[in-house]
Design a protein around this ligand. Structure first.
Ligand SMILES: C[S@@+](CC[C@H](N)C(=O)[O-])C[C@H]1O[C@@H](n2cnc3c(N)ncnc32)[C@H](O)[C@@H]1O
Length: 239
């Protein structure tokens, strides 16, 4: 699997206009999400998966396409440069996708976005580190609601970053069934506990603690509580 990161220096124009965080680096949440989905790749086999806010690489979606045999993977971001870079990543990995259809396109988290061509298309939506702007939450929830199939799940991986993850969670709860899982991986969890106990510089709220393991919560969201109950067993498998 090949990924291509943009590696030019950040210039002034990069700091203005549309959010450019996806072109700054491949964020640790994305790496954790990639590891998370690969460990559960059987759950994604034959399924349609869309990654939102996939940044410059769409690492988790690409990893699934290469190793998980999903039906299709759509890598999306609102930033045009991210989408261009993901197109290059898709081209580079094309020979490894087998029968999986992999595409990338610009998808904006806006209530008014025309998403009719993607409506109810996806069994899974995945996303990493996309919750840090409170003002984007309702747009993001709208996109999830439109794209997800009736019995679909979203798997979102995000650090707390002040109160943004909790705020998103509570907004999502009015529309979806939300399950937050903090201890989702024994290795990450034990390193997180050790860092909390032993490293005075470790702050789980901060996004990038230099060279240390970062803690993420991920949560699964499903359409409504009734559905949530009826799919509890499959949800457990995913979690
Ligand atoms: C912190 S980056 C995370 C990128 C990638 N998931 C990772 O972890 O490396 C947040 C991403 O969300 C995208 N984004 C922010 N606001 C958006 C919006 N309103 N619509 C679509 N994408 C948006 C940005 O372009 C960026 O790629």
């Amino acid at each position: 699997m090949l990924i291509k990161q943009r590696c030019r220096k950040v210039v002034l124009e990069d700091l203005t206009g549309f959010d450019n965080t996806g072109n700054v680096c491949l964020w640790p949440s994305e790496e954790v999400l990639a590891s998370y989905v690969l460990k559960r790749k059987d759950q994604f086999c034959g399924k349609a998966v869309c990654e939102l806010g996939a940044g410059m690489t769409g690492l988790a979606g690409i990893a699934l396409a290469v190793m998980g045999n999903p039906l299709k993977v759509l890598l999306t971001d609102g930033n045009e440069d991210c989408v261009k870079n993901m197109e290059a990543v898709v081209r580079q990995n094309k020979s490894s996708f087998g029968s999986t259809i992999v595409q990338s396109e610009q998808v904006l988290w806006e209530i008014n976005s025309d998403l009719s061509h993607l409506e109810s298309q996806f069994d899974f939506i995945i996303g990493a580190d996309c919750l840090f702007f409170n003002q984007s939450h309702y747009g993001l929830l709208h996109v999830i609601a439109v794209l997800l199939k009736e019995a679909g799940f979203a798997v979102i991986m995000a650090p707390q970053r002040k109160d943004t993850r909790e705020t998103f969670c509570s907004k999502a709860s009015s529309q979806f069934s939300v399950e937050k899982i903090e201890n989702y991986d024994p290795v990450v969890w034990s390193q997180h506990q050790a860092a909390k106990n032993e490293d005075p510089l470790y702050d789980e709220d901060i996004h990038y603690p230099m060279g240390k393991i970062q803690t993420f919560s991920h949560f699964l969201i499903a359409r409504n509580p009734a559905l949530h109950d009826s799919t509890k067993s499959s949800k457990k498998q995913v979690a």
